[in-house]
Design a protein around this ligand. Structure first.
Ligand code: PRP
Ligand code: URA
Length: 249
């Protein structure tokens, strides 16, 4: 049962009626939705009933690991599909089987994924499902549990990464320390910030602001900007430790 403190917290979070368009607004249940932020570099997925239901599932501490993986994967797939919208395309005209032309587009340029281990690896499968045989690099960064400071252990990246568009993968953006460190690694290999798109499941307002300030040309695609951080720099209301829930709990 929610405490009075919880109730006060929820009062301050943005909420709206969520449900199909044909339902009247009075019949729609009210749910907490993403905090809106004004940074130009961030795209928040539309707060559809599907997305809110999937997020509700993975935020629930009683959701077991199998369900956590299944529902996280569905959100991650939405993030990858949206992330691909931020890559450049060029004109591509094709002829259909009935002999007519269709003016379309096709993706331009080479891409690669880069996951921030461990949790970011959970996003690789969805990227592979959308982009067959995509190259994937890894950066092992771990956040110190006491200080919340990130530590870089190693990186293994495609040799020609400087010529590629990079989809950077990490489900949690808390202080932003880990993801910012990963971007520094990519930039040290010659990837300009405007060729990086960071795909993220839940962000804190602080993490989003840190990103926008340091790398304003880097695109961030997230499913949800949460209320904030707690005293241990965990995202609240959040979902706990993503890596533990996906891999070990
Ligand atoms: C988590 C998460 C991010 C980081 C976010 O990883 O996956 O990488 O913390 O926090 P920050 O924005 O404050 O840096 P963690 O280091 O706990 O390792 P894990 O992937 O093994 O769970
Ligand atoms: N890492 C997580 O997995 N969750 C948080 O809330 C913060 C960092």
């Amino acid at each position: 049962m929610a405490s009075q403190d919880d109730a006060n917290e929820l009062d301050r979070a943005p909420s709206q009626g969520v449900g199909p368009v044909y339902m009247s607004s009075t019949d729609k249940p009210t749910a907490t939705v993403s905090t809106q932020v004004s940074h130009q570099n961030i795209t928040i997925l539309p707060q559809t009933p599907q997305l809110i239901a999937l997020l509700t599932m993975i935020r629930d501490k009683n959701t077991n690991r199998a369900d956590f993986i299944f529902h996280s994967n569905r959100i991650i797939r939405l993030l990858v599909e949206e992330g691909l919208n931020h890559l450049p395309v060029r004109e591509h005209i094709v002829t259909t089987p009935v002999g007519k032309t269709y003016n379309g587009v096709r993706f331009e340029g080479k891409i690669c994924g880069v996951s921030i281990m461990r949790a970011g690896e959970a996003m690789e499968q969805a990227l592979r499902e959308c982009c067959r045989s995509v190259r994937i690099g890894k950066i092992l960064i771990q956040r110190d549990e006491e200080t919340s400071q990130p530590r870089l252990f190693y990186d293994k990246l495609p040799e020609d990464i400087a010529d590629r568009w990079v989809l950077l993968l990490d489900p949690m953006l808390a202080t932003g320390g880990s993801a910012l460190m990963a971007v520094d690694v990519l930039r040290s290999k010659g990837v300009p910030e405007e060729r990086i798109c960071f795909l993220n499941l839940i962000a804190s307002p602080e993490g989003a602001a840190n990103f926008a300030k340091k790398f304003p040309k880097l695109r961030v695609v997230t499913a949800f900007v949460d209320k904030g951080l707690d005293e241990k720099n965990y995202i609240v209301p959040g979902l706990g430790d993503f890596g533990d829930r996906f891999y070990t709990l």
